[in-house]
Design a protein around this ligand. Structure first.
Ligand code: 5GP
Ligand code: ZN
Length: 116
């Protein structure tokens, strides 16, 4: 698997061509801190495969998406988040998706947050 788009900023992060503060990595998934956090802790989880958005997801991605979801509580605990968190996936133009590589935002930490 793992088809990369050479023009995609998140594929470049996966390839190590752009630096990122990584928090988790395995064969299929990468998690890293958002460059412009809305909350004290704000990470992005991405499949390493270049899936454009939730609008393109098929049953073939069920396992990797399920693993992205189930990683979240462990990662939030490791990052010191103990009082809840928020998960967001933006899809397409009207969903305000800016980076066209599927990603899940996970925000946590004490309020107030700058967004969300
Ligand atoms: P979207 O609006 O597409 O759901 O969110 C894209 C997110 O990616 C934004 O929160 C933005 O701050 C983050 N982002 C964009 N470029 C980079 C980058 O080069 N590095 C990191 N770590 N985050 C990025
Ligand atoms: Zn990509």
């Amino acid at each position: 698997m793992s088809h990369a788009d050479p023009n995609c900023i998140f594929c470049k992060i996966i390839a190590g061509q752009i630096p990122a503060k990584k928090v988790y990595e395995d064969e299929d998934i990468l998690a890293f801190h958002d460059i412009a956090p809305w909350a004290p802790v704000h990470i992005l989880l991405i499949p390493k495969q270049h899936i454009v958005s939730m609008a393109e997801v098929t049953a073939a991605e069920a396992a990797v998406l399920g693993r992205m979801m189930t990683l979240v509580p462990t990662l939030m605990t490791q990052l010191g988040v103990s009082n809840g968190f928020r998960q967001v996936i933006n899809t397409g133009h009207d969903g305000h998706q800016e980076v066209m590589h599927l990603h899940m935002h996970v925000m946590g930490g004490p309020r107030p947050w700058s967004r969300g």
